[in-house]
Design a protein around this ligand. Structure first.
Ligand code: HEC
Ligand code: HEC
Length: 274
């Protein structure tokens, strides 16, 4: 957890000006009334403590999209405060320690996160049914992605992607994949699979490319584009390149704007039970 800089610290005297009234005991279902200045503070704290996983705009990254009308695990202020405090055990969602983030800060973050929902209802321009066809045919997306049990899992599974990712994120993922690489690619692997493209060259000169599935001091396992998993001994390799800034996800440059709109509409619709 990133330590907030001195600019994020402020005196408790200011607190009463940021939270007008907590309509009930702490931790209750009631939402405290927070001023505009309080929400601005909440946004800063959010960016410092949450943005690296959930995206600076809350659109998702290593953690899910928070800019949604309802958060299943945090449907109201009280449950959101609890999730921020305790995290979600057994997942990549960490808790926050009270010596790093005060109760007031948690309240302000929660209030800010709840405002994200208000901007969440985005009209999607495309046609989801056509997007599904593009996904299967022209886009050839199933060759690297699984949706509802169909496809190959070289890239992340896209079942339910509409719940995890906002529309802006989906556009960015399709148009400029390198810019929206999941944070886990950068080496933080907490409960989320990393997608690190690897290029390995054996002593015999064979070149093998694929996604890293697993690695220890002596071996590395890759999943190739064909979906096959290969295990390589590092002592047999003359080259092992980890392509941190490279994405296997092709930018869809040759597609029309309408194709991309339709794909985004299709993906945004992939929700629970889809
Ligand atoms: C280290 C990365 C990381 C950080 C930092 C982080 N989260 Fe998360 N968060 C996750 C992941 C991963 C999940 C999904 C957990 C799961 O279900 O597997 C998650 C889940 C959640 C959920 C549940 C969403 C739902 O679908 O109901 C909420 C709410 C949430 N985070 C809010 C926050 C807030 C607010 C902060 C900052 C105080 C924060 N998170 C910091 C990774 C993170
Ligand atoms: C050659 C394999 C490959 C193909 C083909 C491919 N993808 Fe990807 N995709 C990936 C990988 C790998 C990632 C993981 C992130 C990265 O490395 O960019 C990814 C990430 C994504 C993401 C972001 C997922 C997330 O949760 O962050 C979306 C959305 C996506 N792809 C959609 C598509 C669509 C739509 C198509 C078809 C037009 C497609 N992909 C074709 C490999 C591929």
């Amino acid at each position: 957890m990133q330590r907030p800089g001195p600019s994020l610290r402020f005196s408790p005297l200011v607190a009463s000006a940021l939270v007008l009234a907590a309509a009930g005991p702490v931790g209750a279902q009631h939402t405290p009334e927070v001023t505009e200045a309080g929400l601005a503070r909440g946004e800063m704290f959010y960016q410092a403590h949450c943005g690296r996983c959930h995206g600076m705009l809350g659109q998702g990254g290593e953690g899910p999209n928070l800019a949604r009308p309802t958060l299943p695990r945090a449907p109201d202020h009280g449950s959101l405060v609890r999730v921020i405090r305790r995290g979600i055990p057994g997942t990549g969602m960490p808790g926050t320690r009270s010596n790093l983030v005060s109760d007031l800060e948690v309240d302000l973050i929660a209030a800010y996160v709840r405002t994200l929902a208000q901007d969440a209802v985005v009209e999607v321009a495309g046609d989801a049914a056509r997007g599904q066809e593009v996904f299967a045919a022209g886009g050839d997306c199933y060759s690297c992605h699984v949706v509802d049990g169909r496809g190959t899992g070289v890239g992340p599974e896209l079942t339910g992607i509409g719940l995890r990712r906002g529309v802006e994120y989906l556009y960015a993922a399709l148009q400029t994949p390198e810019s929206e690489l999941p944070v886990s690619r950068r080496g933080i692997l907490r409960g989320f699979r990393g997608y690190l493209p690897i290029r390995a060259v054996t002593r015999e000169g064979r070149v093998i490319t694929g996604m890293r599935v697993n690695e220890d001091a002596f071996t590395i396992q890759l999943r190739s584009i064909s979906g096959r998993t290969v295990s390589l001994r590092k002592e047999d390799l003359v080259e092992l390149e980890k392509q941190f800034d490279h994405s296997l996800m092709p930018a869809v440059e040759e597609m029309t704007g309408a194709d991309i709109d339709d794909l985004v509409a299709f993906l945004a619709d992939l929700g629970e039970g889809s």
